[in-house]
Ligand binder design. Structure first.
Ligand code: UFG
Length: 325
């Protein structure tokens, strides 16, 4: 029988795309989700378990029932702005939830763990490519909570032999090119979906958060990576662990940064429509520039993003025009 893997957060945006890739690679992805920010309709590629990382008993029950060979942990609060307003939510749910999951894994004898971390752990380090060796100095509670979990995994690795692959994602965007799953957040706060909603007239103009950064056009620079490419990296990370290799951190991005204005220009071309925009002030917690040095993922996992910013916007646009949930 195919190996089962527990996908915490499998009903969320990135988790659902990962479930698709995992199923395609021959695993049975068991989506474990409390549906706080995920969608049951996004669980299409394996069983669904409704459970909550704050409820240890629900994790233990899922592990006992499904006996997965590994855990992939996507479930988290993940909004930079929200984390500045409600840091307690991030420390309680992200760090507390991860602790429950990791302790449950150790208790159940699951020794392989893939964790979704973030470039938000780096903070503001203008002008440098951020890679696995860059010092982590988060400037928001979201990044701080993810860094704490990275350290937790190192501790549990040393003490209990838990092997982990930690992925530090850059800015994830796009949707499944086959249209089975896509991005849906409520409320939506991310640049590309908000921009496409503005194009479609579903909401007002996009507010550009700050045009006085020390970047080439004054707006923030981010490194965008297609969610399907990211999902593929998780299959590779899982195979890394399944093959017996040791704990490793990988940065996942393209190595190319785009300013907010450049993203808007791409959207104009892809949609062939005007993008309504207004200028606004800076958003608390935003770093000026976050661009990935992705050599390690390429050299050691054989992973390189195949889809560029245009494909991300095109797939997000197709999804926005016929959402399945
Ligand atoms: N932006 C705007 N207007 C908006 C929304 C966003 O100008 O209405 C700008 C932001 O200031 C930022 C860029 O667009 O410069 C991207 O913002 P997003 O909100 O789409 O993404 P973030 O960079 O804030 O955060 C995302 C994920 C995090 C992850 C981070 C890594 O939500 O989980 O990428 O950079 F950690």
């Amino acid at each position: 029988m195919s190996d089962r893997v527990l996908v915490a957060g499998g009903a969320g945006y990135i988790g659902a795309h990962a479930c698709k890739a995992l199923a395609r690679a021959g695993f049975v992805p068991v989506a474990f989700d409390n549906l706080a920010t995920g969608w049951e309709a996004a669980v299409r590629f394996g069983p669904f378990v409704r459970g909550d990382l704050m409820d240890r008993a629900s994790i233990d029950a899922a592990l006992a029932e499904w006996r997965p060979v590994a855990i992939l942990h996507f479930a988290a609060r993940s909004l930079v702005g929200e984390s500045m307003q409600q840091p307690g939510l991030y420390w309680r749910e992200n760090v507390g939830g991860a602790l429950n999951l990791i302790e449950a894994a150790v208790a159940a004898g699951v020794g392989e763990f893939v964790f979704s971390s973030t470039c938000a752990t780096y903070g503001d380090q203008d002008g440098v490519l951020l890679d696995e060796d860059t010092a982590q100095r988060p400037i928001n509670a979201y990044g701080a909570s993810k860094l704490a979990i990275e350290q937790m995994l190192a501790n549990f690795g040393a003490s209990h032999g838990l092997r982990s692959v930690i992925f530090r994602y850059f800015n994830v965007a796009g949707a499944d090119p086959e249209g089975e799953v896509g991005e849906r957040h409520e409320p939506e706060t991310h640049l590309i979906p908000l921009m496409l909603d503005a194009v479609a007239g579903k909401r007002g103009p996009l507010t550009v958060f700050g045009s006085d950064y020390g970047t080439r056009d004054g707006t923030c620079v981010r490194d965008y990576v297609h969610v399907t490419d990211l999902a593929d990296a998780h299959v590779r990370g899982l195979r890394w662990l399944r093959g017996g290799k040791g704990s490793r951190v990988f940065c996942l991005g393209s190595g190319t940064g785009y300013t907010v204005r450049e993203v808007i220009d791409h959207a104009r071309v892809v949609t062939n429509r005007a993008v309504p925009v207004v200028e606004g002030g800076r958003r608390a917690g935003d770093a000026a520039a976050l661009v990935c040095g992705s050599a390690r993922a390429r050299d050691e996992l054989g992973w390189a993003p195949e889809r560029g910013l245009e494909a991300m916007i095109r797939d997000a646009w197709a999804w926005a025009n016929r959402p399945a949930y």
